[in-house]
Write a protein that binds this ligand. Sequence first.
Ligand code: CU
Length: 161
Amino acid sequence: MRIWPLIWLLAAALTVSACSPIGPPQAGGGGMEMEDGMSMDMSGGSMAADSLEAQTTENGHFKVGAVSRLDPVVINETHSWTLHIETADGNPVTDAEITIDGGMPEHNHGFPTAPRVTENLGEGKYLLEGMRFNMGGAWVLTLEISSGGESDTVTFEFELK
Ligand SMILES: [Cu+2]
């Protein structure tokens, strides 16, 4: 019975690509992605690349902008963003260490990828690669930023609809 290993492989692949890589499987979470071009999400989801308003971090140390390089942002497409970081008084932060977190709090899952800053572009700009949204709905993107002995956090909330 040579077909069984294939079936197990397929089952494993479907499990891996299901809605919740981190939390438990969700019921009715808005759709599951099978693979590219086979999304079961009926609502899709998109937004303009510059939808996120610049924000001040929680403790006021930095001002942060985040703009997608894919316009519009659509689901199921891996893409990059440009981050822009300034001090509170408007000077570019050129030596920031940035870690990325986020996902869909309502669905209790994170990003389907592990986005991270891969390049310091100078003048306070940073390249964030590996962004991908696997369904429409409410997402958050959290940045933890360290520079000059200060560490601070900012969370962007947005919706792909
Ligand atoms: Cu979700």
